[in-house]
Design a protein around this ligand. Sequence first.
Ligand SMILES: [Zn+2]
Length: 211
Amino acid sequence: MNEADGAQVSSTATLSAQLCRICHLFGERQWCLATSGNFSARVDAGHFLITQSGRDKSALTPADLMICNLDGRPQLAQLRPSAETALHQCLYRHGDQVGAVLHTHSVTSTVLSRHIGDSISFSGYEMQKAFAGVTSHEATIEVPVFDNSQDMPALADELRQWLRDDRPPAFLIRGHGLYAWGTDLAAAQRHAEAMEFLMSCLWAEMQATSR
Ligand SMILES: [Zn+2]
């Protein structure tokens, strides 16, 4: 093994440990019950580490992770990636500024996305400042809601057309869940947590005003 291989092995081991820690944390919060959700981190310019299909996120170990290239092909052919790997690929292909992608199936994201239109807007919340580049709570953050077509290539196309660096690092799939990303796992975790918090606030306000 040369020095470069050694560096990749150790950085992959570090990323695996970080991914497992986030899976356990999000599992405790019940954001990925029943083996749902998928979580990934970029290993290098052409590969990312992602949770294998059907694994319990609250008990995830490094053995439950796999490496795929940006075409979604597994490094070990016998391993099975999730169908939603196509959306992770699409985000990593957008550019090196995407270093990690977290996908949750929380109750709030599932329910709220069934009761709003094609986008969800947040304004006036202090928590908005958790998003990279947002310095004022007065900004409006608009996150798209894509229909849950089950057609991953079509959904990836829809996402590709929407993606731009000046847009928020998150989208919802209706009745399904949240995708959030960032330059690294810490940024992606911050964005996912901020989105879950903001969606909970909005849902609580909708309940309060409908009485
Ligand atoms: Zn999903």
